[in-house]
Design a protein around this ligand. Structure first.
Ligand code: SF4
Length: 365
């Protein structure tokens, strides 16, 4: 490969001329010797920001990271996907029992520049993009730069920042992120208990509950939209009623509460005794939680929860939330009448399934 390591947009030979820009880098799909020779010839004539590539699975418009040393091309943004996210850091200040992406300590500040390069290289701006980690606020300056780049390149895109919120009340970070407050950002903040020892146990960090509440109040003061996220693991299910009442009484300003089935990977596997549960068995608790939130007029949705795992009364609140690249269906789903509106399963559902799958013969909700 004649490319250097870095971020590239994938282009077809036939459309390269239409989309070429001097300040971007392109890998041009070229499998045949003639196509490769054509790209190399253009390079020799001065188009130094293009190189041929012949790799299975790449599509025009994808944005990739090219690692020349390892001879590896990794897709960072797939244009044809519905769900898109930008990864800012793998460092975190919490250590959640069910973390799907266990944190690391190394300096990974290069990820900020990579995320910014991805935004610059994307051909069609997405309707929504998530920013995740790790904890993105540990890279607050980088987050600010990334938000500014998104504003410049994708002015119509809604941004969702997944954060534990613990640093939002920090003076420097507040100044950095909210002067002025962004207009297109929604904050996705997990909350796992209505008392400090409950939440702090789940996130394995003393003091986290108070810090997260401070963060939520900061977001409220800045008039920022908030989605609270509750991952449904045993210690949370045990207090779900009280947690929902706490939210209704103390955090009525949140825009939405997302009740989410646990992703069976990462730390969830190491803490399986606390994280694995059959959602169907928890159905009465979920219905009660939904009634409590309804009573306080708090909008709520269920995420990562297949329809056959939920009581039919809750189906209208279920969303197809699992990101394209993580999403699959089991053989049992083939005959299911509600497959087209069911979120299905995580690709790694063989670790455990959210319930024993029961294909629905006819919708009954
Ligand atoms: S059988 Fe499959 S498609 Fe049908 S509700 Fe269950 S998980 Fe969804």
């Amino acid at each position: 490969m004649s490319a250097a390591s870095g971020v590239y947009r994938i282009a077809e030979l036939a459309t390269l001329a239409l989309q070429w820009q001097e300040d971007l880098q392109y890998l041009v799909l070229a499998a045949e010797p003639e196509s490769i020779a054509q790209v190399e010839q253009w390079r020799l004539k001065g188009l130094r920001n293009i190189a041929p590539v012949n790799a299975v699975g790449l599509e025009e418009g994808d944005v990739v990271a090219c690692d020349v040393e390892r001879g590896k091309v990794t897709v960072l943004f797939r244009e044809s996907d519905v769900h898109h996210s930008l990864f800012l850091t793998n460092r975190c200040n919490s250590y959640c029992l069910m973390c799907s992406q266990p944190p690391t300590r190394q300096d990974d500040s290069w990820l900020v520049d990579q995320a910014i390069a991805v935004v610059r290289h994307v051909r069609v701006a997405p309707a929504v993009v998530g920013i995740s980690g790790g904890e993105p606020l540990l890279a607050a300056t980088g987050l600010n730069r990334l938000l500014a780049t998104i504003n410049d390149f994708w002015p119509g895109t809604d941004v969702e920042v997944l954060t534990n919120g613990r640093l939002l009340n920090d003076g420097r970070i507040k100044e950095e992120l909210f002067s002025p407050p962004p207009l297109n950002v929604r904050w996705l903040v997990p909350l796992y208990g209505h008392a400090d020892f409950l939440h702090d146990f789940v996130v394995q960090s003393a003091g986290a509950f108070d810090q997260t509440l401070d963060g939520l109040l900061t977001l409220q003061a800045m008039r920022q939209p908030i989605q609270l996220r509750i991952v449904l693991i045993e210690p949370v299910i045990e207090v779900l009623d009280e947690l929902c009442r706490f939210i209704g009484q103390n955090l009525p300003f949140v825009e939405c509460v997302a009740l989410m089935a646990c992703e069976p990977t990462g730390f969830a596997l190491a803490n399986r005794d606390l994280c694995e549960l059959d959602l169907w068995d928890a159905g009465p608790i979920l219905e009660r939680a939904s009634r409590v939130l309804d009573r306080y007029q708090v909008r709520h949705v269920f995420m990562n929860a297949p329809l056959c795992a939920l009581p039919p009364r809750l189906w209208t609140r279920a969303t197809r939330s699992i990101s394209d690249w993580k999403n699959t269906y089991a053989d049992a789903c083939t005959t299911c009448s509600v497959k087209d509106r069911c979120c299905g399963l995580f690709a790694w559902h063989e670790n455990w399934k959210p319930t024993k799958l029961k294909p629905i013969e006819e919708a009954t909700e």
